[in-house]
Design a protein around this ligand. Structure first.
Ligand code: AMP
Ligand code: ZN
Length: 113
């Protein structure tokens, strides 16, 4: 069982921002900024390492970048935003289906952490 696969399949409700054949994008349930949207490949990859080592990983990564741009436009993030990927236990990943946090709507600090 995977939480994000269930969200993609509509078994668990979410607030959709954008969707196409390759990605599903929805608002994070615990936003850390006025805009906090998750960009999730519809194909299950555990994390960025799994993507890198899968035949279809590059295709989906290209779609992720395009979806990030779509989300930024939909959310009105013309002046910029931050993209975060947490990878593995030490990276703070809590949902083991790769995803990219698009965070913005506020001037973010230049510090990474
Ligand atoms: P990460 O810690 O990078 O694995 O991020 C997982 C993110 O998923 C967290 O920011 C959670 O708030 C978010 N999250 C967990 N459950 C849900 C849910 N049902 N709907 C939307 N976002 C969720
Ligand atoms: Zn999954």
């Amino acid at each position: 069982m995977c939480l994000f696969c269930d969200i993609i399949e509509g078994k668990i409700p979410s607030t959709k921002v954008y969707e196409n054949d390759y990605v599903y994008c929805f608002d994070d349930i615990k936003p850390v900024a006025p805009v906090h949207t998750l960009v999730v490949p519809k194909k299950h990859f555990d994390d960025i390492r799994d993507m890198a080592n899968s035949e279809e990983g590059s295709k989906y990564m290209g779609e992720v970048i395009k979806a990030i741009d779509e989300v930024a436009k939909i959310k009105g993030l013309e002046t910029g935003f931050r993209v975060i990927n947490n990878c593995g236990a030490d990276g703070g990943q809590t949902v083991m289906h790769v995803h990219y946090h698009v965070i913005g709507g506020i001037k973010l600090t230049e510090k990474m952490i």
